[in-house]
Ligand binder design. Structure first.
Ligand SMILES: CC(=O)N[C@@H]([C@@H](O)[C@H](O)[C@H](O)CO)[C@@H](O)CC(=O)C(=O)O
Length: 305
């Protein structure tokens, strides 16, 4: 089936910086290849985890380019092109198409609280700007807009719309989007804390911000779901949630904690860009503990690498 390439574990790609905080081509390639070797299905490039709203157009284009240079044809690549203006979003969309991305995705417009008609126009103009399939990124907790069934139904008239990446917290939203759309329409689970329940209620796949730091655990969770082994699926979700709570517990941001864990593994992708804060002070000493939580969970579920 045509849309099968979107099914599986799709980490949201982290922003990769050098020591002075500039986009690092080498580190982008290092992370891209590392995730490829882990066996994930694809990458979601330039979204929240990609710190997209803190990067200018040229920096976002550079990230899209270096990821595609590393992995085009090897993994499903989705480019997040949401930007403050339609003009910039369309420019990114066209660039992603030139680079050979498989699909586009975008949050709704941000900053001004716009009527639904503007959101419809914004997503439609992005869809119409290329031949690529499009995935709505619904993340009401950061954008202030929750995709309505009414707008989804209108947008479904456009054949390019193939899915919704749903990061709203109620798993029922996933079920409602599935119910409103044709059978093949893909709903991606967004909240990693609810991966298993999202899949059970109808999500076909997942895109997540913590997959990158523990892809093995999400790949295993997916294996349990597919096998119908719900008791093990629940157990691994519990361990994942303990880890996510720990990732979010330090001063700085979740992403800076994740990047420090990567450094302990010998993969340096730099730190975060302000206003996100790096982990500092005594919390730096806690990174090793969180890394160990991931290693222990992997061992518990018989994951070797
Ligand atoms: C608000 C937020 O960042 N949500 C994350 C989740 O994956 C989130 O990191 C995770 O559930 C931990 O809370 C994703 O939906 C983000 C994402 O996929 C992206 O980076 O574009």
């Amino acid at each position: 089936m045509l849309l099968d390439k979107y099914k599986g574990i799709i980490p949201a790609f982290y922003a990769c910086y050098d020591e002075s905080g500039e986009i690092s081509p080498e580190r982008i390639k290092l992370l891209a290849n590392h995730l490829y070797e882990k066996g994930v299905q694809g990458l979601y490039v330039g979204g929240s985890s990609g710190e997209c709203i803190y990067q200018n157009l040229e920096e976002r284009k550079a990230t899209l380019k270096y990821v595609s240079e590393s992995l085009k044809g090897k993994l499903t690549l989705i480019a997040h092109v949401g930007a403050p203006s339609t003009k910039e979003s369309v420019e990114l969309a066209k660039y992603a198409e030139e680079l050979g991305y498989d699909a586009l995705s975008a949050i709704p417009p941000i900053y001004f609280k716009l009527p639904e008609s503007s959101i419809e126009k914004y997503w439609t103009e992005i869809m119409d700007s290329t031949e690529l399939p499009f995935i709505i990124y619904n993340i009401p907790q950061t954008t202030g807009y929750n995709l309505s069934i009414n707008l989804l139904t209108k947008l479904l008239k456009n054949d390019k719309l193939i899915g919704v990446k749903n990061s709203s917290m109620p798993v029922m939203d996933i079920e409602r989007f599935k119910a409103a759309a044709p059978e093949e329409f893909i709903v991606f689970n967004g909240p990693d804390e609810q991966y298993v329940s999202g899949r059970l209620i109808g999500a076909d796949s997942g895109i997540g911000g913590t997959y990158g730091v523990m892809p093995e655990l999400f790949l295993k969770a997916e294996e349990f779901v597919v096998a119908g082994n719900f008791s093990e699926a629940r157990k691994i979700q519990r361990d994942i949630n303990d880890i996510i709570i720990a990732l979010c517990s330090l001063n700085g941001s979740m992403y800076s904690t994740i990047k420090e864990i990567y450094k302990l593994r010998g993969i340096n992708i730099g730190s975060v860009r302000g206003p996100l804060e790096p982990v500092s002070g005594e919390d730096l000493g806690k990174i090793e503990i969180i890394k160990n939580m991931i290693d222990v969970a992997k061992q518990k579920f018989g994951i070797e690498n």
